[in-house]
Design a protein around this ligand. Structure first.
Ligand SMILES: [Zn+2]
Length: 364
């Protein structure tokens, strides 16, 4: 019953996804000249301005990852209705799980609403069917995540085996992909993922990525993220400049969101992960649970720092009215995109179990 509802929600999400892709999200009208954008327009807008790496990143997190995840999960749910359990269902489900942190349509929706607010003073704006479809899509995906029980899904794809003998402490291992607890081996017996007691090279990889993020954080904040050109005059805006601009109007709730997403979250990731690495290295034994909670918080909010990337991508694609008004992305947004990407990888590569290992609280 539950999986029927999940399948219905996956199909609904697919239909809404097509609608959001092929109907305009919003359109502007300045002095009789108009322009509209769809879900993928931001990707094209960034690519047109020689920001191909950022365009690829936006394509991945706003289209490929959410679409791939829904199609993969819908397929698994559909095949589970039949009698057979084909072997390829496990890798398909694993693929869907890997796409999960990178699927950011909810963040995109907030980005679209901020872009709308920013354009309010500049031009007449019409909200299109695509934006309503995107809103409903985000709701459908949230309902889908609440309905589809991932643990039950894995059990249906391949039921866990009963262990023949009780393993000794320290020889148990939980698979990071499907969650199955099993005796130590090179590969998971259920999903065939490689098994590691701890994420490989966790501290080194995370430290290298945090340092890279810190280095990129400077140009991300010093260079303009976008330039508004109107009647031959250009005004540039940095990330902080964009926040203070929103602050001066009546849009302070949006200013708080943009400040949180673009300034506070990247800093929390860099400083937070840095402090976790340092405290693990120094083998601190205090506040183990608090530090684990800090990691979970970083994991939870990490993706929200993409908001400004979506805002810039949409504005770049929408405001292309020649001399009248044009928005061009700046180098700052490329560096900022790199900060988001690198810090997401850093968050993923840190293994919070190392906090407990370093304090001698684990049997490893
Ligand atoms: Zn597994």
């Amino acid at each position: 019953m539950r999986s029927d509802a999940a399948l219905a929600l996956a199909i609904t999400a697919l239909v809404l996804f097509l609608l959001a892709n092929f109907s305009p999200l919003m359109a502007i009208d300045v002095g009789g000249r108009g322009q509209s954008v769809r879900l993928g327009s931001g990707v094209a807008g960034l690519a047109d301005h020689d920001l191909a790496p950022l365009a690829v990143f936006v394509l991945a997190i706003s289209i490929l990852a959410p679409l791939g995840r829904v199609v993969a999960l819908g397929y698994v749910l559909f095949r589970l209705r039949g009698a057979g359990r084909p072997h390829h269902l496990a890798p398909v489900l694993r693929f869907a799980e890997r796409m999960r942190p990178w699927a950011m349509l909810d963040v995109f929706l907030i980005g679209a609403l901020i872009a709308l607010t920013k354009l309010h003073d500049l031009a007449a704006i019409n909200i299109g069917v695509g934006l309503w479809a995107l809103g409903l899509l985000v709701v459908a995906l949230a309902a889908f995540d609440m309905t589809a029980d991932r643990r039950a899904l894995w059990d249906q794809v391949s039921p866990p085996h009963r262990l023949s003998k009780q393993p000794s402490p320290g020889s148990w291992l939980g698979c990071r992909e499907c969650g199955l607890v099993q005796p130590l081996a090179s590969h998971c017996t259920r999903c065939r993922a490689r098994l590691h007691q701890r994420k490989p090279q966790s501290v080194h990889r995370c430290a290298a990525l945090v340092v890279t993020g810190l280095v990129l954080y400077l140009p991300a904040n010093l260079y303009p993220v976008l330039t508004v050109i109107s009647f031959g005059r250009g005004t540039t805006a940095t990330i902080i400049g964009g926040v203070s601009e929103l602050m001066t109007g009546s849009d302070w709730p949006l200013a708080v969101i943009v400040f949180g997403a673009s300034v506070a979250v990247p800093l929390l990731k860099l400083v937070g992960l840095g402090s976790l690495l340092l405290s693990t290295r120094l083998r601190w034994r205090r506040r183990l649970a608090d530090r684990t909670r800090l990691y979970r918080l970083i994991e939870l909010v990490s993706r929200w720092s993409s908001v400004d990337i979506f805002v810039t991508a949409l504005l770049t694609a929408l405001v292309t009215l020649g001399n009248l008004a044009t928005v061009e992305p700046g180098l700052g947004i490329l560096a900022f995109g790199a900060v988001v990407f690198v810090t997401m990888l850093a968050t993923e590569s840190f293994d919070p179990r190392l906090i407990w290992d370093a304090a001698g609280a684990n049997h490893v």
